[in-house]
Design a protein around this ligand. Structure first.
Ligand SMILES: C[S@@+](CC[C@H](N)C(=O)[O-])C[C@H]1O[C@@H](n2cnc3c(N)ncnc32)[C@H](O)[C@@H]1O
Length: 328
């Protein structure tokens, strides 16, 4: 059964004189909060009721997966897990919790991704800090890690056990951190052109006690590294073309860093520069792995025509997602 949230307000010259918010459903209406001359008078609201009205509010704002988002923001607000939400629907939210929850809901209703509100996103089982300075790590990027581990563990390379790996465009640090965790003997380097992104990546390394395992560099792609020095160059580069801007979700366009998403007019501009740099930076027999999209897969295959064993792996939706290629 869905609840409906209704707002009644009177404003004079842009100032709210009074505002009343009601939640209605099952034939009755209950007062959620009221505001008088700028002062919020929240009555205590129960957890279950808050969740229902939040789902309705997000639904009305056309937020996708409204239940999931409402649960996430409520769990974040009260510092409890999903089992608690559903196990204690009668529990009251304090006025402070109500206010913080309303503020988080208002931000989410305006389109701000939930991860930028909570400041967290999970990747490869790691709890990462995120901010609007970095792309929110996506589950499909985990295929880059899987493919690299498949190459290393499948022995499909003549690689030294103490691998030297570069993660280009590290953002939150998600790829470098996951690889540092999985490959305890690897020497990891991570670059990004964005100083605020590197700050987040370094903070994540510190939280996960992996600071000693990764060297972070402010650099344009692989600039400044010795030739023939890496076993792997991995990257989730910006790969969306400005020409496809209308196909990109509004939330991504509006809130995620532009230089993390868009590469140039066609989408392959960064990859066109990264390919030759990786070729120079990799040892003979070393591997380049990149996240890509279905839109650019054929063009990327052409760009890598001089490489050995070029392979494109699909994600769980069957979309071409990871390209791997071996240096000759
Ligand atoms: C698609 S995001 C990937 C972030 C992270 N690796 C991930 O998978 O979530 C691309 C990243 O590349 C960085 N970037 C863009 N152009 C770059 C360049 N020329 N050199 C280094 N980093 C760059 C952006 O700042 C952004 O953090």
């Amino acid at each position: 059964m869905s609840a409906v949230v209704t707002d009644f307000a009177m404003e004079i010259a842009g100032i709210t004189i009074w505002r009343v918010t009601l939640v209605s459903g099952a034939g009755c209406a209950r007062l959620l909060s009221c505001q008088l001359a700028g002062l919020w008078l929240n009555r205590l609201v129960r957890l279950g009721e808050s969740l229902q009205s939040a789902i309705a509010q997000l639904q009305n704002s056309s937020v996708s997966s409204p239940r999931l988002n409402a649960e996430l923001l409520l769990m974040f607000t009260i510092g409890r897990d999903r089992a608690f939400l559903y196990g204690h629907p009668e529990q009251d939210l304090s006025p402070e919790e109500s206010e913080r929850f309303q503020s988080a809901l208002a931000q989410r209703s305006s389109g701000l991704p939930a991860q930028y509100i909570t400041g967290h996103q999970e990747f490869w089982g790691l709890d990462l800090i995120v901010s609007p300075a970095v792309l929110i790590p996506r589950p499909e990027t985990e295929h880059v890690i899987e493919r690299l581990l498949e190459i290393v563990r499948g022995g499909r390379s003549s690689l030294n056990p103490s691998l030297r790996i570069a993660d280009i465009g590290t953002g939150s640090g998600c790829i470098a951190l996951a690889l540092a965790k999985e490959l305890p003997h690897a020497e990891m380097h991570a670059t990004d052109i964005s100083p605020p992104a590197l700050e987040i990546a370094r903070a994540n390394a510190a939280r996960l006690q992996l600071t000693d395992r990764i060297v972070f560099h402010e650099a344009d792609l692989l600039t400044g590294f010795q030739p023939n020095s890496f076993d792997f160059v991995v990257s989730n580069p910006p790969y969306v073309g400005e020409s496809e801007v209308d196909t990109v979700q509004l939330e991504v366009r509006k809130f995620e860093p532009r230089n993390a998403v868009f590469a140039g007019h066609t989408g392959t501009e960064v990859i066109e520069r990264l390919g030759p740099q990786a070729r120079n930076g990799l040892k003979p027999g070393g591997w380049l792995l990149m996240e890509i999209s279905g839109t650019i897969a054929d063009r990327v295959r052409d760009l890598l025509s001089g490489w050995r064993a070029v392979q494109i792996t699909n994600d769980l939706q069957g979309i071409p997602r990871v390209v791997s290629a071996q240096n000759i």
